[in-house]
Design a protein around this ligand. Structure first.
Ligand SMILES: NC(=O)c1ccc[n+]([C@@H]2O[C@H](COP(=O)([O-])OP(=O)(O)OC[C@H]3O[C@@H](n4cnc5c(N)ncnc54)[C@H](O)[C@@H]3O)[C@@H](O)[C@H]2O)c1
Length: 257
């Protein structure tokens, strides 16, 4: 396999589905060797055709020991770690006045704590290699634009964006770049239930200037750009990938709650 990442080793969380799977596939196509981590082993089997270039690792990103083991798997299997993509996440919501503490914790742990734990151990490994590296964290348009029932998710994604800037600040002198990607509406299993709700889709599409949801591959391309050799002077920034949605803002979704 030849490509622009043929000498690179990557760690991807949320690799079994949607955007994380698209990032993993794009990396493997570009010649990288990849450890893909996810809760769901069966979803990781989709990369079996890449043979020894891919290793699946069952992990919960909210458990520090799982992240440590995943990063070690990359070092043990492929000898180094150059890039990391922290994509795992969930989206469940409720109006603030009905938002149970458990649901708040569930969301914030998976969205924000998972990125913190992942970045911590990825950066340690990259620092130890002495070769630096690049980390891309998955935030969301909702870091900038609130949505009804999305208080926990939007707050956690805004946290991911600021955490990314903080990590970029602390890690720059180690040669480690850290950036965030903020997707708008992307066609993945996470959004499937909403994408087939025609009145909801029509309401969304009125606000998306390009008039369609994005594809996971379009977000993966932004992630690989930020991690790759074209972005060597880019760190601590946020790349919005939303078909122009941020320009118009979020619609009032209360009637769909
Ligand atoms: N799809 C969108 O419209 C959209 C928009 C903005 C941001 N995002 C973000 O992109 C990321 C990927 O979303 P997606 O749409 O591909 O969703 P998805 O549901 O298709 O994939 C998410 C993956 O993360 C994994 N995961 C969830 N919790 C985990 C945990 N605790 N430990 C390990 N793995 C875990 C799931 O098993 C799944 O494979 C998420 O962080 C999401 O918030 C998605």
């Amino acid at each position: 396999m030849h490509g622009r990442f043929e000498d690179s080793v990557a760690f991807v969380t949320g690799a079994a589905s949607g955007i994380g799977a698209a990032v993993t596939d794009a990396l493997l196509r570009a010649g990288a060797r990849v450890v893909g981590a996810d809760l769901h082993q069966e979803g990781l089997a989709q990369f079996a055709d890449y043979g020894d270039a891919f290793r699946g690792h069952v992990a919960d990103v909210t458990r520090e020991s799982d992240i440590v083991a995943g990063v070690e798997a990359a070092l043990d299997t492929f000898g180094t770690l150059d890039m990391a993509f922290n994509v795992a996440g969930v989206s469940r919501g409720a109006p603030i006045v009905d938002l149970e503490e458990d649901l708040w914790d569930f969301t914030v742990d998976r969205v924000l704590k998972g990125v913190y734990l992942s970045t911590k151990h990825e950066a340690r490994a990259m620092r130890a290699t002495g070769r630096g590296g690049a980390i891309v964290n998955m935030s969301s348009l909702n870091a900038h634009v609130p949505m009804h029932t999305g208080a926990a998710y939007s707050s956690a994604k805004a946290g991911v964006e600021m955490f990314t800037k903080n990590a970029a600040l602390e890690l720059a002198r180690d040669g480690i770049r850290v950036n965030a990607v903020l997707p708008g509406l992307i066609d993945t299993p996470l959004t499937q239930r909403r994408l087939v709700n025609k009145p909801l889709m029509d309401t969304w599409l009125e606000r998306i200037p390009q008039g369609r949801p994005g594809r996971p591959e379009e977000v993966a391309a932004a992630c690989l750009f930020l991690a790759g050799p074209e972005a060597t002077y880019i760190t601590g920034t946020s790349l919005v990938v939303d078909g122009g949605w941020e320009i118009t803002g979020y619609p009032d979704l209360r009637r769909f709650a």
